[in-house]
Design a protein around this ligand. Structure first.
Ligand code: 4AZ
Length: 245
């Protein structure tokens, strides 16, 4: 996250950190059910989905620190990448991970670990609505923060984001944009897959998955997010179908 501030995991306890089996940090994610993490499909480019060679942590405040008292560690039992994911334009940039710990269990609720709500289908927040992005990604051109950060961004209209100066028709109906009017807060490399959450009626809902952008915190180049409300059915179907397997 460029701009914003450091935040304890207890403030965003649904944030997941996805690593390769070799311990390389890959992406963020969001815990939407005790056994399920929602993330971006593009995180797994170059990996064989059948390998499922990933480790997922919950309750982690920094990606290079271990706190055994707070964190929970999982392997990936099932990786479901949206069938229509298009690597050339990041359309349908959404994936689900089914996680299990070494005893076969899923996430246990604690001050550092909790599920986030999914917005009811057809929920539309007004343009300008303030939401939060969270991640362990780059703070600037030089390096990863490695410590969890949070920043506040405003939702942009589809027409603004699809304007010629912004992204034109690169922004599909499965995407939305968010930025700060001064362009100083944005998601960046390493924040991919992580949450954009918005507070509605005192509860936090997952509206976006960090997907792409032209650089970070650049004028007229907002962050682009996968529109979670387009995928209610896909998420429910995946959780139900796969749970039976
Ligand atoms: C990335 O490379 C990335 N400014 C993620 C988000 C944004 C840009 C790049 C949005 O993972």
């Amino acid at each position: 996250i460029v701009g914003g501030s450091f935040t304890p995991i207890e403030s965003q306890p649904w944030v997941a950190a996805i690593f390769t089996r070799r311990g390389q940090f890959l992406c963020g994610g969001s815990l939407i059910a005790p056994c399920w993490v929602l993330t971006a499909a593009h995180c797994f480019e170059g990996y064989d989905p059948s390998e499922k060679e990933f480790t997922v942590y919950l309750g982690k405040s920094a990606i290079n620190e271990t706190n055994a008292l707070k964190e929970q560690k999982f392997i990936v039992q099932k990786l479901v990448i949206h069938r229509q994911y298009n690597a050339s334009n990041y359309n349908y940039d959404i994936a689900l991970l089914k996680i299990k710990n070494k005893d076969g269990g899923c996430a246990v609720k604690s001050p550092s670990t909790r599920t986030v709500c999914l917005p009811p289908k057809d929920t539309q927040l007004p343009v300008g609505y303030k939401c939060s992005i969270v991640g362990y990604g780059k703070e600037n051109a030089w390096g990863f923060s490695k410590i969890l950060k949070e920043g506040q961004v405003n939702l942009l209209s589809q027409s603004e984001c699809r304007s010629k100066d912004y992204y034109g028709d690169k922004v599909t109906g499965n995407m939305f944009c968010a930025a700060k009017p001064n362009w100083r807060i944005d998601a960046c490399k390493g924040d991919s897959g992580g949450p954009l959450v918005c507070e509605v009626a005192g509860r936090m809902f997952l509206f976006g998955v960090v997907s792409w952008g032209d650089g970070c915190a650049q004028r007229n180049k907002p962050g682009v997010y996968t529109k979670v409300t387009n995928f209610n059915k896909w998420i429910l179907k995946t959780l139900c179908n796969v749970s039976l397997v």
